[in-house]
Design a protein around this ligand. Structure first.
Ligand SMILES: [Zn+2]
Ligand SMILES: [Zn+2]
Length: 375
């Protein structure tokens, strides 16, 4: 399908203008002329969920290839499915297209963290991971290691009513007589021992949720999307293509209804905490929960993320930085050479025989260190 891409040209020299996270304005890369963006928070509202899902179910979820002709150089290129903002691969001019999906973002959080700031944060983060391979650190010295993405998210609001059954545990103490051996002699002592009295309980808790955010992109793993939280949704501004100029942007690939299933999992965690508080006592067992969701509403939004990926060995590692807060998440590659060297030094191993003996221990240490954590 042929799409016409829009871009914004500099009023002074006609070169393309891109969004600058530093100033919040459009800036000409060529002559640095700035153009204001009319910042607005008008019409940012929640939409009724049930009705929207019912309408969407009747429509097809098709993948459409977007053929785009660059307005600047006339070059033709194809955007990846669901992408609606990118840069021309020939002349780097921003290209923003129409949406394919029926639900489109009505608001977004603009980038505030610049490419430079993100890169500095990232270098610092990797620098503090001293097991990272040198090749990784070197890679970060490059200039174009990060790509800026506006990623699609759903936000959900819901009032919940949860009926629960469980057990309340109250600790009490009993005095028991025990036989101990002291100085070779047996002696009887009386000690206090804790016991728990479990009582069946049931009840109802009400929890209201506002803006539970769920990543709706399949480009980045759910683990990373979730770990980028929290997002300050009070900073949402009305959607305007100008914010996208120069950045990649995607439409959602996790549907409105599937997104809500993920939201339920997140809500269940807070509901469980509320149930435990409601049960009281010293310990709680929650055996059964039935939750009803009322007044469910949603928003489709875009959040700003700097991303990077790094090939090392036979694996690709992905990273992302929340471009609103600077929070970094990702998998860290580990240099086994560095780990082994350190462990050997710590153990003070010099002889070959000892080294052989410790190999099992080493492998265990390495195996443990090599698991990838999300921070
Ligand atoms: Zn200019
Ligand atoms: Zn071009």
């Amino acid at each position: 399908m042929q799409f016409t891409a829009i871009n914004f040209t500099c009023p002074s020299c006609g070169a393309p203008q891109k969004f600058s996270p530093a100033t919040g304005k459009l800036v000409c890369e060529f002559c640095h002329t700035q153009t204001d963006i009319n910042v607005s928070q008008d019409n940012i509202r929640e939409y009724e969920f049930t009705e929207a899902v019912a309408t969407l179910n009747t429509q097809k979820n098709q993948i459409i290839e977007k053929n785009v002709k660059c307005k600047k150089c006339g070059g033709s290129f194809t955007l990846t499915p669901y992408s609606f903002s990118s840069n021309c691969p020939y002349c780097n001019t921003p290209a923003i297209t129409d949406f394919i999906k029926d639900i489109t973002p009505k608001s977004l959080i603009p980038f505030t963290l610049t490419h430079k700031e993100a890169q500095a944060l990232f270098k610092k983060w990797v620098g503090s991971r001293w097991f990272a391979p040198n090749a990784f650190k070197k890679y970060l010295d490059g200039d174009n290691t990060l790509t800026g993405y506006y990623l699609p998210y759903w936000t959900y609001d819901s009032d919940t009513t949860s009926f629960y059954r469980g057990l309340r545990g109250d600790v009490y103490y009993v005095t028991v007589t025990k036989t101990i051996v002291q100085n070779g002699r047996q002696r009887q002592v009386r000690v206090q021992e804790p016991r728990i009295n479990w009582t069946p309980v049931s009840g109802t808790v009400y929890v209201s949720f506002d803006d539970v955010t769920i990543g709706a992109s399949k480009t980045i793993s759910r683990a990373i999307l979730d770990s980028l939280e929290p997002w300050d949704t009070s900073k949402l501004v009305t959607f305007n293509e100008k914010y996208l100029s120069g950045f990649e942007a995607e439409e959602y690939t996790v549907g409105l209804d599937n997104g809500f299933e993920f939201a339920k999992v997140k809500m269940a965690y807070k509901i469980d905490q509320n149930i435990r508080y409601d049960i009281g006592g010293d310990q709680q067992q929650v055996q059964q929960v039935q939750t009803q969701y009322e007044n469910v509403s949603y928003k489709n939004v875009l959040f700003p993320v700097w991303t990077a990926s790094f090939h090392w060995g036979d694996k690709e590692y992905h990273y992302a930085i929340n471009a609103q807060t600077g929070k970094i998440v990702g998998e860290r590659p580990y240099s086994y050479v560095k780990i082994i060297f350190t462990v050997l030094t710590l153990l003070g191993i010099v002889g070959g025989f000892l080294y052989m003996n410790e190999t099992g221990v080493l492998q265990e240490l390495i195996g443990r260190s090599a698991t990838h954590y999300l921070r």
